[in-house]
Design a protein around this ligand. Structure first.
Ligand code: GDG
Length: 730
């Protein structure tokens, strides 16, 4: 890893707690997992940590410089009306529940969205202020998903990485989140976007396809003319920072004392923030069932539940606290005896050495979230069990479960399953415990948080170096003034040839092909363009002749080339040139396409003179893409001996002869107009690439939309095409 580059770590909160209780500001470095991971890296690379201080009031200048000098910490100033809402609003009441698949807990309030947006902008300002050329920027987590794009606009060359610490939900759930598309676009501003697991990565890819129509491969997305790397990089822990806490004499005597206190009991340990994702009520109910179904365990087992208070201003967290407290009293009241309290409930944050001591003495760690990005408690427990004498019970709905198969995996919603897993854990023989724990320890110690940090940064270096798409596939934004100048200054005696695609170029794509009727403005624009005696204007489209004739046949002096220019007519003439259509093959291919229509609600077949097309624009996107791949590979085999081929376009599969392609008309037109002094072609689809490829070198080739193209220039959407053409006729 190149350590010469500085690192700017960006997270919603700074790893420093500030208190002003005694009238004097006190700053304390937090010992959280992220700080433990980032601190050694920051020490090596230099740089700063940028985040919200949590303070409501403006920090005095001497504290700001103390933070900067002693902690390399730069507080972000959030507007007072946005501060708390930035943290507790959209991020924690919409994104957090939804990303953990708790749809019914998600609350969307428009004002919260503006605080989220504003918060991200304030972070952007703070980073731009600190940024020096060559720095790497590492943005953490769901509070800051708009930030990569904001940064990319202001620092186009910066290396920007993003890591999501929570799950990425399935695309069905993601689609429910208001402004979800903006979050996706926000993330695509980064060079590297990483998640804990492959499954989150796949969910992200599906949402990109479904909501933005952006395709991706296993590790890469090409969007907005850049290449973005996507990765699964599971976070680890810093094992020695925990185990070293157990080495002091004080800690050893604390461990001994705990052992004495719980002598004769099996200790089950649960440590969580008091959050509805962590499954506290479900675990307590499963524990109750265990006590009910195994009365012989009376006095022989104890559950230590540490519940760290969290987000206490949010109503659903207050309700959860009440529910948990009630369950604990119920269990202790019903099952406890004078000498035995079944649930030992601790509702506060413990000092780190006490947490480590609990890990050391626990016979079983019971990690039971209903959904969790990773869950570090599972890994920390394993790190503290040097003697192998412990069992990890782990919810399958944690990211950790993907790497910790030797744990007893449970579905925390299934009380019976969980209670039985606990019974099995406390009765497991020593050899099995050692085997399982040994395998877990080996992995947790090897894939530590330092390895995670190094990997992220080296991937970021690679990704930012490979960000630029090769020139032949990346078009630059269309220089409108230069284009207009070239059009106007074309030699007086020469003609100007304009080749325009229809759908997605002159008019926006419609869900149903018959709906893409041209508006009056387009008709007028084409009429004025074609009326200039120096212009030769052709609409070159995959549409059948009838469509183009019906919509554009009355525009005087407009050339038409339907069916990917398998046929064409010159401006001012009604005579068709080109091929005649063979039909026989359609009888064989149609039943195959029909089979796909039957399997795919919302899809249909379009018949053209030279082609049959399967359209699946309104079908479920995921299913549609999957079937399209299957259909093309099947047709490839079937059509191998014929002159037909299967092609994929935007939400279509088209079967046609290869000579029906838009590039084929270019030599015909150049022969018909040898005095061409200006040539431009515009299109948005894969079929337009044939046209671009056939153009002479000095032609203007213009691609409309995102994605890879052979064209030299790019416009964003059909409205921009109208604007550019309008300037030519004004
Ligand atoms: C997010 C994701 C992902 C707990 N109680 C005390 C205490 N802790 C420490 C634990 C552990 C940490 O807090 C909790 O980490 P988790 O991973 O369980 O959960 P989140 O806070 O929700 O973190 C999560 C993580 O990011 C990293 O990417 O794993 O899925 O939700 O380190 O030891 N520490 C102290 N006293 C306590 O009482 N000192």
């Amino acid at each position: 890893m190149a350590d010469s580059k500085r690192l700017l770590v960006v997270s919603n909160r700074l790893p420093v707690s500030l208190s002003h209780a005694t009238g004097e500001w006190i700053t304390t470095r937090s010992a959280g997992g992220l700080a433990t991971a980032m601190d050694p890296i920051l020490k090596r690379t230099g740089g700063a940590w940028i985040g919200w201080s949590g303070a409501r009031e403006q920090l005095p200048a001497d504290i700001l410089s103390k933070l900067r000098e002693e902690q390399s910490a730069i507080p972000v100033r959030l507007a007072p009306e946005h501060g708390l809402r930035f943290y507790e609003g959209y991020a924690n009441q919409a994104v957090w529940p939804l990303f953990h698949s708790f749809i019914s807990r998600a609350k969307f309030v428009p004002e919260n969205w503006s605080s989220y947006h504003d918060g991200n902008e304030r972070f952007c300002d703070a980073i731009v202020e600190q940024y020096r050329e060559g720095d790497r920027i590492w943005v953490h987590d769901y509070h800051l998903m708009l930030l990569p794009r904001m940064l990319r606009r202001r620092l186009p060359d910066a290396a920007i990485g993003f890591f999501l610490h929570i799950p990425f939900p399935s695309s069905d759930i993601f689609a429910v989140l208001p402004r979800g598309e903006m979050l996706l676009r926000g993330l695509l501003g980064a060079d590297l976007v990483a998640f804990h697991t492959h499954s989150y990565l796949q969910h992200f890819r599906r949402s990109l396809r479904r909501l933005l129509g952006v395709e991706s491969t296993l590790d890469c997305v090409e969007a907005a003319g850049r290449r973005i790397r996507i990765e699964a990089l599971p976070i680890g822990i810093a094992p020695e920072s925990l185990t070293s806490l157990l080495e002091t004499a004080e800690s050893k005597s604390h461990v001994d004392e705990l052992r004495r206190r719980y002598e004769g009991s099996q200790i089950l340990l649960a440590i969580d923030r008091l959050d509805y994702t962590k499954g506290l009520p479900e675990r307590l109910r499963a524990f109750e069932r265990l006590l009910r179904t195994h009365p012989e365990l009376e006095g022989k087992v104890v559950l230590i539940q540490v519940a760290v208070p969290s987000r206490e201003n949010i109503e659903s967290y207050q309700e959860l606290r009440a529910e948990v407290h009630e369950l604990v009293s119920h269990i202790n009241g019903k099952h406890g005896t004078a000498g035995w309290v079944p649930v030992n409930y601790i509702h506060r944050s413990l000092p780190p050495d006490e947490v480590a001591a609990l890990y050391r003495i626990a016979d079983v760690a019971w990690v039971a979230p209903l959904r969790d990005g990773m869950n570090l408690v599972a890994k920390e427990y394993v790190a503290c069990k040097e003697d192998g004498n412990g069992v990890l019970i782990l919810s399958t709905f944690t990211g950790a479960a993907a790497e910790m198969g030797e744990a007893l995996l449970v579905n925390p919603m299934d009380e019976e399953d969980s209670a039985e897993a606990v019974f099995r854990a406390i009765n497991m023989d020593a050899a099995e415990k050692r085997d399982r724990m040994g395998a877990l320890r080996e992995r947790v110690l090897r894939n530590d948080v330092y390895a995670w940090g190094d990997q992220f940064l080296s991937r970021l270096d690679e990704a930012s170096a490979a960000r630029t798409l090769p020139e032949s596939t990346g078009a630059i934004p269309m220089p409108a003034a230069e284009f207009e100048q070239a059009f106007r200054t074309a030699p007086e005696r020469k003609c100007r040839l304009l080749l325009l695609d229809y759908d997605g170029t002159l008019v926006p794509i419609a869900d149903r092909p018959p709906d893409a009727v041209p508006g009056a403005n387009i008709i007028e624009l084409l009429t004025r363009l074609a009326a200039d005696p120096r212009n030769r204007v052709f609409v070159i489209s995959g549409r059948k002749s009838e469509d183009l004739e019906r919509w554009l046949g009355n525009v005087p002096h407009l050339g038409l080339a339907p069916e990917h220019s398998a046929r064409w007519r010159f401006p001012g003439s009604h005579e068709w040139h080109g091929h005649t259509a063979p039909h026989e093959w359609k009888q064989t291919v149609r039943p195959i396409l029909q089979h796909y229509v039957d399997r795919t609600p919302g899809s249909f077949i379009e018949e053209k003179g030279f082609a049959l097309v399967w359209h699946y624009r309104t079908a479920d996107p995921e299913f549609g893409e999957w079937l399209a791949t299957e259909l093309v590979s099947m047709l490839e085999g079937m059509l191998a001996d014929t002159e037909l081929r299967a092609y994929r376009g935007k939400k279509i599969v088209e079967v046609k002869p290869p000579w029906a392609n838009k590039g084929a008309i270019v030599p015909e037109l150049l022969a018909a107009y040898p005095d061409t002094g200006f040539l431009c072609a515009m299109g948005d689809d894969r079929t337009d690439e044939d046209l671009f490829a056939a153009l002479p070198k000095d032609a203007w080739s213009i691609f409309v939309g995102d994605g890879v193209t052979k064209a030299k220039y790019r416009l964003a959407r059909p409205a921009d095409v109208s604007r550019v053409l309008q300037r030519l006729v004004d």
